[in-house]
Design a protein. Structure first.
Length: 95
C-alpha cells in the first residue's frame, strides 16, 4: 500500500491491489481521530474524474456525516498497513 495523494493535516489517499483507501483527520471538540475506509467503486470513479478536488469535498462530507463511514472501518490488519504506509510516506517526505 502506498500514499498517492494528501492534503496536509486533513486526509491521505492510499492505493493497493484492492483499490483506494482514505484516511481522514477528524475531530469533534477536543478529541482528534482518523476515519479510514476503502472507497467504493463510485467514489473511486469520482476521484479518477475529478482528482483531489473530489477528495477534498468527499472528506468534508465524511466529516459531516460520519456514522455511515465509521461503519466501513477496515480490519485492524488493514488499518495497521494504512498507518504504517502513512508514517513511512511522512518520513520520506519530511511531513
Amino acid at each position: 500500500m502506498k500514499v498517492i495523494s494528501y492534503s496536509k493535516a486533513f486526509w491521505y489517499l492510499l492505493e493497493d491491489k484492492d483499490g483506494l483507501y482514505i484516511n481522514i483527520n477528524s475531530g469533534r471538540g477536543a478529541v482528534g481521530y482518523s476515519i479510514e475506509f476503502q472507497m467504493n467503486p463510485e467514489e473511486c470513479e469520482q476521484y479518477l474524474a475529478q482528482g483531489d478536488v473530489y477528495v477534498n469535498k468527499f472528506a468534508m462530507h465524511v466529516n459531516n456525516k460520519q456514522k455511515p463511514f465509521l461503519e466501513r472501518k477496515p480490519s485492524s490488519d488493514v488499518s495497521n498497513v494504512i498507518h504504517n504506509s502513512i508514517m513511512k510516506w511522512n518520513d520520506e517526505n519530511k511531513i
